[in-house]
Design a protein around this ligand. Structure first.
Ligand SMILES: C[S@@+](CC[C@H](N)C(=O)[O-])C[C@H]1O[C@@H](n2cnc3c(N)ncnc32)[C@H](O)[C@@H]1O
Length: 331
């Protein structure tokens, strides 16, 4: 049993664990142990590392239950560590790698965000997150893979929980990798769907056009200027949380202005719960503060955003996953 002081020290040292995990993810250690236990010397030779140094990091991670040292300097995967394998459908590997790059460096300036309310990312990297990603295609590709990891289960849950049947045309605004749109279109072959994102995001998705249902269209643009017009439904999953109220309202208003008169704007987000319980969304909210300048919101806060954008929150649909669909119509 750790004393309060020891517990605080562990929390304060948390960045070392996240970086150790990041190195293991970068070096693909979980994949390399998939067939069974191996010596650190083998792993080090294969990954171009110093065996003594890798051993010390493996020991940190074994103490966290991710690997297990079976004999002198030999390690095997635990059940927890197995989840890091890249062939695990819900592997968080790319998410951990993405978060421990630029967001990690921005978090070193968390105090700046707390004092000013502004994203430290902009101070550290000289420009906003999505502008920076547009200049760094490899990091942008990793970001999209991280979003796939983060949205495991959510895409199916949203496509299942909300009835897209009455619509003819749906736009996935900031749809990124397009997994949500694919899930929706697979369930409703009569629908046409538009994947809308920044040019770089659309280019990446278009390169995988064969993975999408045939009635998928791709459109590139900037949702602060406009979104494709004339659809019945505009879905924004994990998009509004990236932005402060003023910018979020601008995106929602553009969707409202673009949609057919009886259309729907659908915001799929994790609603921030009240109380003290442990919830990943509270960490993601801190990430919004530091990295994008966005915010995770309560239901009442989403309702207020809709009103400011000329929309009315009609209902909130639970999906069985920690993501809900907030449905809005024109005021
Ligand atoms: C957090 S990701 C969410 C992606 C996807 N909807 C999901 O649920 O995984 C936000 C998306 O918004 C896109 N985006 C950011 N700024 C944009 C802009 N100005 N116009 C259009 N898309 C934008 C990003 O490229 C990214 O794909």
């Amino acid at each position: 049993m750790l004393s309060p002081s020891q517990q605080l020290i562990r929390l304060g040292f948390g960045f070392m664990i996240s970086q150790a995990l990041n190195v293991a993810a970068d070096l693909n250690v979980a994949d390399r142990l998939a067939a069974g236990e191996r010596s650190v010397d083998d792993l080090a030779a294969e990954t171009g590392c110093r065996a003594d140094a890798l051993y010390r990091i493996m020991r940190v991670l074994a103490a966290e239950g991710i690997f297990s040292e079976t004999a002198d300097r030999r390690f095997e995967l635990t059940e927890l560590g197995s989840a890091l394998r890249s062939d695990e459908p819900s592997s968080p590997r790319d998410l951990i790698r993405m978060m421990n790059r630029e967001p990690y460096l921005a978090f070193a300036q968390l105090g700046h965000s707390v004092r000013t309310g502004l994203p430290a990312f902009d101070k550290v990297f000289g420009k906003p997150r999505f502008d920076w990603l547009a200049d760094h295609p490899d990091d942008a590709a990793l970001f999209q893979h991280a979003m796939i990891a983060l949205s495991q289960g959510d895409n199916e849950a949203v496509a299942e929980a909300y009835d897209f049947g009455p619509f003819a045309r749906v736009v996935d605004v900031g749809g990124g990798h397009g997994k949500l749109l694919s899930e929706i279109l697979m369930r409703h072959p009569h629908l046409s769907g538009v994947l809308f994102d920044l040019p770089a995001g659309v280019q990446m998705a278009r390169a995988r056009a064969g993975d999408f249902p045939p009635h998928t269209e791709f459109a590139a643009g900037n949702f602060f200027d406009s979104v494709p017009t004339g659809a019945d439904a505009y879905i924004l999953k994990k998009v509004i949380h990236d932005w402060n109220d003023e910018r979020a309202v601008r995106i929602l208003r553009n969707c409202r202005d673009a949609m057919k008169p009886h259309g729907r704007v659908l915001v799929a987000e994790t609603i921030i719960p009240p109380g003290n319980e442990l919830s990943t969304i509270k960490l993601i909210d801190a990430n919004m503060l530091v990295v994008t300048g966005g915010v995770e919101r309560t239901e009442a806060e989403y309702a207020a955003l809709f009103t400011a954008a000329g929309l009315r929150l009609e209902r909130v649909i639970s999906t069985g996953q920690p993501i809900s669909v907030l449905e809005a119509s024109q005021l």
